[in-house]
Structure formats: C-alpha cells, structure tokens
Design a protein around this ligand. Structure first.
Ligand code: PLP
Length: 619
C-alpha cells in the first residue's frame, strides 16, 4: 500500500511570464481551485497518508497550503534556481519512508491514473498516455516488456514512443536510492530532471522501471497560457465527466448511524483480496488502532482494541471483560443505550445497581454522588451521548465524581467519539467504546474500545466470562501477532483507514463545527415551524435532535419518512416508550447546504399537512 506522495514544486514556471513571477505555477486556478490543491485532494481521496511537497520559488504559498491540509509536509529546496526536479526531490529524500508516488505540480489529471499506478504489481511505474498533441511532449521509449529505455523531448531520438510522460510515477525506495546515487555522482548533473534519473536507474542500475500506458488518459501539464487554454477547454471537461460517471448516487442519512460516507471511503473498500493474517494487513490494523487512539489520547498511555462487530459489541466487550468477580457496578440509565448497558450487566451476571435519571433532563450530580457514597462500587458505566434523545451527559463531571470514590470508569462514547473533541486523560475515563460507522464516517463492521493501558492490564487475571468479546485476549493476541484472533472485516478496515485519513484532514474540531452548523440550521427550522424539541437546546449534543411529532391527526412518521426518502434523505423514528418523536441526526459526511435542503422539504411537508392537500409521494 502506497502511503506517501511527493510533489516536486520548486520550479520558476517562467514560461507563464508575469503570472508566475510572484506565485508558483501550481497555484494557477482551475475553476477557482489551484491545480496543486486539486491534486492534493485527489491524493487524499486515493488513500495517501502524507504528501511531501518540495518547494522553492514562492515557497510560502505551499506552506500556507500545508496549514490547510495537515497531511502536507513542505521541504524547501534553497537552490531551486540552479537545480531541477532532482534537486527538489533530493531535499525530500529524508522524509520518504518507502514506495511513493511522485508528481509534478503543474498537472491536471483524471484520478484514475493514481489507481492505475496503485494497482500495478510492479514497484517502479511511469504513467504514460497516448498522443496528447500538447506541443510539449516528453516521449518514452520502452522494450517489448514495457521496461523504460529512454526519455526525450526530441521525437527523432524516439521514433516509436511507448507513450508520453504524464508526470505521475510510482517509485520504490531502492530505485530512489539509485536515482540519488547517480545524481550525486557528478556536479555536471546539477540540473538533472527526475525522469532522466529514472531512466538511468532503469537502464544501468538494475531497477526495472515500467511504462504503463493509458491510451486515452485525460491529463494536461500546464506550462504556459496556450496550454492552460487548451486544458480548460478540452481536457478539464473530460476529467469532470469521468469523475461524474464514477460518483455514487447520493443518499443523505439523517438516521443516527450508519452515517453518510464519502465516495472515497466507499471506494476504499475495493482492494485486491488479501489474507488478513498477512503482515501487510496487520500493519494496516495497527495503524488504524493507533490513529483511533491518537484522536482522543496519547497512544503511549491508551490503546485501541478492535473487533468485527457493531457498536453494541464494543459496549458488551467492555461491560463483560473489565469487572472482576467481586466488583460492584453502578450503571447510569437515562436512555435506551444506558438501559442496554444494564441489560448486558444482567446477562453477564454482574453485581450491579442502576442509577435511573430522566431521559431528557440533565443528570442530578448531587443525587449521583449520594448513591456513589452509599455503597462500595468499583465500576461506573455510563453513556456519553444518549443518542435516544440527543442528551449529552456531562462525562467529565461524572468521571471526576467516580474517581473521587476510586471507581473504574466505562463509557459508551459510540455516538460522541470523533464528533466531539475529547481528551480521555483530561476526562478521567478508563474505557470508551465506539464504532467505525458513526462520526469517524467509515463503514459498519468494526467496534472498538479505547482503553487506558494500565486499566486494561489490570483486567488480565479476571476469570473469563465471555469468549469472542474478551478485551484482554483480543489485545494480548494482537500485541503478539499483529492479527485479530478471528477473521476481521477486511474491506471495512480499508474503508476505516480512508475514513481516518479524511478525519485527520478535516480535524475533529472542524468536524464538530460542521455538525453544529447543520444542527443550528435544523433547530432554526424546527422553531420556525412551531415544533417542539424533547431536550432543551443547552443540553443537546448538536449531533441528533429529537422532535415531538406534529399534533395534526394527518401526521404519521411513515408519511414524513417516505416524503423525505424520495428526496434522498433518510430519517429515523423516536425510541422512547410513551413520548412520540422523530429524530434527525446530522452526523456523517453531510454539509450545511444539504441540511438546508432537508429543512425546505420539512417545511413543505408541514405546510401540506396543515393545508389538507394530499402529499405527492411519487417522484
Ligand atoms: C449507535 C449506538 C450504539 C451502537 O449501535 P449498533 O447498532 O450496535 O452499532 C451504541 N450506543 C450508542 C449511544 C449509539 O448511538
């Protein structure tokens, strides 16, 4: 799996004249977005974890871009004026850890080219196209096995080209080393470009560099005004059309998980078959676990244990694994999920009491403390965000009370994790659960528990009362083997990896802001329509809103659901015994503009409801 990309962007771009005097060429905009930024977005969508940009001329533009995309690392080639792309690649070398993609900065291209290189089984591959008629062609010569033999701008040197150089290549670490060795072998090579070094590595250094030609590939280098014009009028429309063909019909899920996912997360599942006991897959799982931990804690002190299961599975893993035989548990129940935790405690025959509290009003912390004082509890179980109602429990206050009485703290954070910034150490929580399909915005299938390592260690001698879901066994086995004990959901892991990359790019803080922006639009609409919310605004999570059903006798949840569904919005009924609500969640890959569209539909629905007209449910 290719994890890094390098963009060589040191050049002066002098063929553009004044336009690029004060700006790098990569920042020329295509429909309002700099072409290098479009390239960065495509690389992220293709699963690249880190993008190293070798800069030079006007490097501050790239440093600024790196502030916007945390996956970018910039390295400046101070000698950019006297060197060429090898000089810029050279400054990037210390940061290149393995096989990588190498790109030029002044390209527009169809992202399928990245897939072609990622899927090619060879480790050194140059992407090539058929005739571009760009008048700036770089021709590639290759032997009958497609191994690179020569690179030249001069057609006469290459009478029967194997293709034209696009400017996107896949390069192995060993090939890079040989390219560098050659580059440094003589001061005369100071202005060497990377394609010539690749050619040298292929011909004389025993690295087979393959030319992979895609005949009608949509791409363009943009070196001057006429190329820009040609790119905008002829190439860009083709790239956009291809992207449209590959986009998946949008359904916006306003149910509380599984949440809406990006197309890149959906596509990340499509990978070569792999046995999950291969070390490559172990590395992938290990990376996921570490990054999941890092979002909320220091991986030195906390660890993530993963299972193939839903969020409830992760809850059950905690409840059934961490309480010793003589432990005594207090379970806070103020909604369906707290209630579910109590049921698990009962099934696993724990010694436990339930602290019941209103499903829509904040917990009375004084009362909770009274109870904690009254008996010798060892463990406290609670729910951070009660998805039943959208009530957010004050986890930090609850945990500090529990810690005051020496309890181990266990929280279901399934629908809070990655949607609300949190620091487990600061909160004082020992175990939290979540799942791949909520705010982390991946596919359903992986439940995980983030554990304080010392608290997890303390469970290792507890007589086992579960089998598949045992936290310690799963942790210990993974530490030893880099494997899960039983078959993991392989494709869901690839999607989770992509979802984590996208979460890191967005950041949890910004994600929480986006969710809140969606929630505000909804709340405003609900108030305007005279509908009532179950939970007071100040106690809500901003992630889901429980709305009391309209009083009109003509209302039914099914009608509203079907009306919204035909507009590609999926909503969810309420879950409280005697109070009828419908719930609108705003987690997942959704934008405020989409929430506005949904609100317009809700307004239409409500006005039809009061006017007495029939709802037109046909599309
Ligand atoms: C979604 C959710 C769960 C888990 O539900 P599954 O259907 O098992 O994934 C658990 N707790 C809370 C608070 C949730 O919102």
């Amino acid at each position: 799996m290719i994890k890094q990309a390098v963009i060589v962007a040191g050049g002066l771009g002098s063929r553009f004249g004044d336009k690029t005097k004060l700006m790098p060429k990569g920042f020329i905009e295509i429909e309002g977005v700099p072409m290098v930024e479009r390239s960065v977005q495509k690389l992220i969508q293709a699963g690249i974890e880190e993008i190293i940009i070798g800069t030079g001329h006007c490097s501050e533009y790239y440093d600024k871009l790196a502030e916007k995309y945390h996956v970018i690392k910039t390295v400046r080639n101070d000698n950019y004026a006297n060197t060429s792309s090898m000089g810029t690649l050279e400054v990037c070398v210390p940061y290149i850890k393995g096989d990588f993609l190498l790109l030029e900065s002044d390209l527009i291209y169809d992202s399928v080219g990245l897939k072609v290189l990622q899927n090619d089984s060879h480790s050194n591959v140059i992407l090539a196209s058929g005739k571009s008629n760009s008048h700036d062609e770089v021709y590639l010569a290759a032997d009958e096995n497609c191994v690179l033999l020569n690179v030249s701008k001069n057609k006469e040197c290459i009478p029967n080209p194997a293709g034209e150089l696009v400017g996107i290549s896949k390069i192995s670490k060993s090939c890079l080393d040989k390219m560098m060795e050659y580059y440094k072998s003589s001061p005369d090579l100071i202005k060497l470009d990377y394609e010539s070094a690749l050619c040298e590595a292929s011909i004389h250094q025993g690295e087979n560099v393959y030319v992979h030609k895609v005949e009608y590939y949509a791409w363009s280098e943009i070196d001057d005004e006429s190329m820009l014009h040609r790119a905008l009028t002829q190439i860009w429309p083709r790239i956009k059309e291809n992207e449209e063909i590959h986009s998946i019909r949008r359904e916006v899920l306003l149910n509380p998980g599984p949440a809406t996912t990006s197309d890149s997360v959906k596509y990340a599942q499509v990978q070569s078959d792999i046995c999950p006991r291969e070390s490559e897959f172990g590395d992938l799982m290990e990376w996921c676990a570490t990054e999941l931990t890092r979002l909320v804690a220091d991986p030195e002190e906390y660890t993530t244990v993963m299972f193939g299961c839903s969020g409830t599975g992760a809850d059950e893993a905690m409840v059934s694994s961490v309480v010793p035989e003589d432990g005594k548990v207090l379970v806070i129940d103020n909604g369906s999920y707290g209630n579910r935790m109590a049921k698990m405690a009962a099934v696993h025959k724990l010694d436990f009491d339930v602290f019941e509290s209103s499903t829509y009003e904040p917990i009375d912390l004084n009362k909770l403390e009274e109870v904690l004082k009254s008996k010798k509890y060892t463990h406290l179980v609670g729910v951070y965000h009660e998805t039943t109602t959208g009530l957010l429990n004050p986890i930090k206050e609850i945990c500090s009370l529990a810690k005051k009485y020496g309890l181990v703290t266990i929280f279901d954070a399934v629908s809070a994790y990655a949607g609300i910034p949190m620091d487990l150490k600061d909160i004082g929580v020992d175990f939290i659960s979540s799942t791949s399909n909520k705010n982390i915005q991946g596919m359903a299938g992986i439940g995980f528990v983030i554990c304080k390592k010392s608290a997890l260690e303390a469970t290792k001698n507890i007589p086992i009362r579960n089998f598949y879901l045992n936290l310690w066994a799963q942790y210990e086995y993974f530490q030893k083997t880099h494997q899960t004990r039983f078959t993991p959901p392989v494709q869901t892991f690839y999607a989770l990896r992509q979802a984590i990359i996208e979460t890191k790019v967005e950041t949890v803080e910004k994600r929480a802001e986006r969710y809140t922006a969606c929630w505000k639009i909804l709340v405003e609409c609900v108030k305007k329509l005279g509908l009532e919310m179950l939970v007071k605004e100040e106690n809500q999570s901003h992630l889901i809103t429980a709305i009391l059903e309209p009083k009109s006798p003509r209302y039914s949840f099914e009608k509203l659901h079907n009306f919204a569904k035909k507009e590609q919005f999926t909503i969810y009924p309420g879950k409280l015994g005697n109070i009828n609500t419908f719930r609108i969640a705003n987690i997942g890959d959704i934008q405020p503009e989409e929430m506005k569209v949904f609100c317009n539909h809700l307004e239409t629905f409500m006005s039809v409801l009061s006017s007495g007209d029939e709802l037109n449910l046909k599309k």
